[in-house]
Design a binder for this molecule. Structure first.
Ligand SMILES: [Zn+2]
Length: 619
C-alpha cells in the first residue's frame, strides 16, 4: 500500500490545472479555470478547476476529484497507476508502506523524467529530419499518407549513417541515450578501449509511441529502402514495454471515448491510415501478440473491443492469442469481436479501397468471440468421429474456465454440448462447472468484510462518504425493506434528474451489508461530526479501517454537496454489482424457466439505465 503521506506530498506538488489542462482546454474565470466537461457532452463550460483547492468539479454532471481522480477517470488508470504516473512526472519514486524496497525499480523511476526529455528531444529531431529526406517523403506519399496525418502522428525520419543523433545531443555518450533505447552500446572491441556506440534507428521512417499523456516513450521504425528487419521497435526500457503499450492510444483516445469502442490492429500504418480515413479509434500492438495487459488497459476504457487480423493462418493464430488474453474480460456487457479481412487486405489497404463506410460495414459483420471460439475449435478436428468430438470437448475446457462465470459462458457451454452431442448437464459435470455457481450473498454482520480487495469497493466508498456526512443517509427514504432480494425495481429515491422517471434507484436494491451501516449511521443526527461517527464505530475495527484507507483520504475534505454526487454514484455501482450477480444466476440456472428471460431482459435494461446515468462506473 502506498503511504498516505506520499499521496499528500504528491498532491501538493502536482498542479491539477496542468494535469487537466493537457486534456481539456481551460480558460481563466475568476479564481478558477473553466472548460468543457470531458465527462459529459456540453456546449457551454460548467467544468471548473480550482488551483487553490486542487480540485476539479463539474456543475453539469457532478464529477469532481483530485489530480489522481482525474487521471483515473479520464485516462482509465487504476489508483496505483495514476499515482505512479504523477510521481514519475515529478521525478519521485513511489515508496511502499510494507517497507519492501526495490532499489532497481526506484532508480529507474527516478531516471524516468530524464528519459522522457531525451525521447522528446529525439522525436523532435526525427520529425525535423523528415523534411529533408526525399526518399522517406516519397515512401510516405506512396503509402498515401497526407502531410496532416504525418503531423498528427508526429512521424519522422531517422537518417542513415551510424551516429546521426550526434546532431541532436551534445553528449552522445550520455547513458540516457542507451537507457532510452536510442543508442546501442556494443562491447568494447578490446580491453581498456571504450565501448562502441551507434544509433539504433538508421534510415527509417519513425513512428513515436506516446504514453496516455502524450509524452514520447519509444519508437517504431519502418525501413525506407531495403533492409532487415522491416520494422524495428524500441527495446524494453524503464518507460517502454511493448507488452503494455499500444501504438496510437494517445492519438485515438478521444475517438475511443466517444465511440466507447476500440479497434486493435497489427501495424502502425494500419492505425495511421485508418485515422486518415476517418476511423480514429484504432490502436496497434507493437510487434507482439496481444497480451492480458493490453486487454486490461482497453477494457478499462471501453465496452467494445474489435481485433482485426489478416485472414491467413498467421492472422488466425494471432487472433486466437488475442482471444485467450480477452477471455477474462468477456463479461456480458462487453462485446469482443474479431474482424478477419479478405486475404488480399490489411486494414490499411482495406480502408483505402473501401473507405470509411466500407470499414464500418465490415466491422458490423465482425465475428463475435463465442462464434470465433466455436469455429476455431470445430475446425481442429473431425466432428463426425468420437475422437474429434472428444478433442473439441477437452480443448473447450480451457476457454470456458477462463471466461467469467456469467451468461456468455453458459451460452457457450450449451453450444459446445450441441456440437459434441452431449446434454448440457453431462458436459457441465465433465468440466466441473456448477449449474448455479453464484451463491447468494452471505449475511455480513459487520459493516465491511475484514479482508479488503486491493481496490476500494463501491460499498466502502459510499460508507466512507456517509461517515463524513451523516446527512447523506438521512436523505434516503425511511425504513428500507431490509435484506430484500433485488426485486421490485423502481421504488424511487434519488437522485433527481440523473435517472429517468421509473428508473430511480430503490433502497431495496441495496445489499444487506449496505443497509446495515445505513441504519447504524442513521442513529446519529444529520449534522453529526466525524468524531461522533468514530465513537459510534469504536468497537468495529473493520469499519474504522475503511475510514483510514489511504485511497479514501483525499475525499476527507469534500463538502456535503460534493460528497453527495460521489455517494450516489457509489451506490449505483453497488446496485450494478448485484444486478450482474443476478444475471449470472439466471444464466446459470434453467433459462427456460418461466419468466427467466423476461427477468433477464429487465435486468439488462436496468443496468443500461444506471450506466447511462452514471457513465462508465467502476466495479
Ligand atoms: Zn460534466
Amino acid at each position: 500500500m502506498i503511504p498516505q503521506s506520499f499521496i499528500q506530498d504528491l498532491l501538493t506538488r502536482v498542479d491539477i490545472v496542468d494535469v487537466v489542462g493537457r486534456q481539456v482546454k481551460l480558460r481563466k474565470g475568476g479564481a478558477n479555470w473553466m472548460g468543457l466537461c470531458p465527462f459529459h457532452g456540453e456546449k457551454s463550460p460548467s467544468f471548473t478547476v480550482s488551483p487553490t483547492k486542487q480540485f476539479y468539479h463539474c456543475f453539469g454532471c457532478g464529477v469532481h476529484g483530485t489530480a489522481i481522480d482525474f487521471l483515473m477517470s479520464y485516462s482509465g488508470y487504476g489508483f496505483v497507476d495514476a499515482v505512479r504516473e504523477l510521481a514519475q512526472e515529478l521525478g519521485l519514486s513511489v515508496p511502499s508502506e510494507a517497507g519492501v524496497r526495490d532499489p532497481a525499480a526506484e532508480a529507474s523511476r527516478a531516471r524516468a523524467p530524464d528519459l522522457i526529455e531525451t525521447l522528446q528531444k529525439a522525436a523532435k529531431f526525427y520529425s525535423a529530419r523528415l523534411r529533408d529526406a526525399p526518399q522517406a517523403i516519397t515512401y510516405l506519399k506512396n503509402r498515401g499518407v497526407s502531410g496532416a496525418t504525418a503531423a498528427r502522428f508526429r512521424l519522422g525520419y531517422a537518417p542513415g549513417g551510424w551516429r546521426a543523433l550526434e546532431g541532436a545531443f551534445a553528449d552522445y555518450g550520455d547513458d540516457s541515450l542507451v537507457e532510452g533505447g536510442l543508442v546501442i552500446a556494443s562491447d568494447a572491441p578490446a580491453e581498456g578501449q571504450p565501448a562502441r556506440r551507434y544509433d539504433r534507428f538508421r534510415d527509417r521512417v519513425m513512428f513515436p509511441i506516446r504514453n496516455p499523456r502524450g509524452q514520447v516513450i519509444g519508437f517504431g521504425g519502418r525501413v525506407v529502402g531495403q533492409g532487415e528487419p522491416k520494422y524495428l521497435n524500441s527495446p524494453e526500457t524503464p518507460l517502454f514495454s511493448k507488452g503494455r503499450s499500444l501504438y496510437g492510444l494517445y492519438e485515438a483516445r478521444d475517438a475511443i471515448r466517444q465511440h466507447n469502442a476500440v479497434v486493435v490492429v497489427e501495424g502502425y500504418m494500419d492505425v495511421v491510415m485508418l485515422a486518415q480515413n476517418g476511423v480514429e479509434n484504432a490502436v496497434a500492438t507493437l510487434g507482439t501478440a496481444t497480451t492480458a495487459d493490453h486487454v486490461r488497459l482497453l477494457a478499462r476504457l471501453v465496452d467494445r473491443i474489435t481485433f482485426s487480423f489478416d485472414g491467413d493462418k498467421a492472422g488466425r493464430k494471432a487472433a486466437w492469442r488475442a482471444l485467450e488474453a480477452s477471455l477474462p474480460h468477456a463479461t456480458d456487457t462487453r462485446r469482443i469481436d474479431f474482424l478477419f479481412l479478405p486475404p488480399e487486405h490489411d486494414p490499411d489497404s482495406f480502408v483505402r479501397a473501401h473507405g470509411h463506410e466500407g470499414w464500418r460495414a465490415a466491422l458490423a459483420e465482425a465475428t463475435p468471440l463465442s462464434e470465433f471460439v466455436l469455429r476455431e475449435l470445430s475446425s481442429r478436428g473431425d466432428l463426425q468421429t468420437s475422437e474429434g468430438r472428444a478433442q473439441l470437448q477437452s480443448q473447450a475446457r480451457e476457454v470456458l474456465m477462463a471466461l467469467p462465470d456469467a451468461a456468455l459462458r453458459q451460452q457457450l457451454l450449451a453450444r459446445i454440448a450441441a456440437l459434441v452431442g452431449l446434454d448440457v448437464d453431462a458436459l457441465r459435470s465433465f468440466y466441473g462447472i456448477g449449474a448455479a455457481t453464484v451463491s447468494r450473498e452471505p449475511r455480513v454482520p459487520r459493516v465491511v468484510m475484514a479482508r479488503r480487495p486491493p481496490t476500494v469497493r463501491a460499498a466502502e466508498r459510499a460508507f466512507a462518504l456517509a461517515a463524513r456526512h451523516p446527512a447523506l443517509v438521512h436523505e434516503l427514504p425511511v425504513d428500507p425493506t431490509r435484506g430484500a432480494p433485488v426485486a421490485e425495481l423502481g421504488v424511487a429515491w434519488v437522485p433527481p434528474g440523473r435517472l429517468a422517471q421509473g428508473d430511480e434507484m430503490a433502497v431495496d436494491e441495496l445489499p444487506r451489508e449496505v443497509l446495515d451501516w445505513i441504519e447504524r449511521l442513521r442513529t446519529l443526527p444529520a449534522g453529526a461530526s466525524f468524531a461522533s461517527v468514530q465513537t459510534l464505530l469504536a468497537q468495529d475495527s473493520a469499519a474504522l479501517a475503511v475510514l483510514q484507507a489511504d485511497e479514501l483520504k483525499p475525499w476527507a475534505g469534500l463538502t456535503l454537496e460534493e460528497a453527495r454526487g460521489e455517494f450516489h454514484r457509489a451506490l449505483a455501482e453497488v446496485v450494478l454489482a448485484r444486478l450482474q450477480d443476478e444475471l449470472a444466476q439466471i444464466a446459470a440456472s434453467d433459462p427456460t424457466r418461466s419468466g427467466a428471460l423476461d427477468r433477464y431482459q429487465a435486468l439488462q435494461r436496468r443496468m443500461l439505465a444506471l450506466k447511462s446515468a452514471y457513465g462508465r462506473v467502476r466495479r
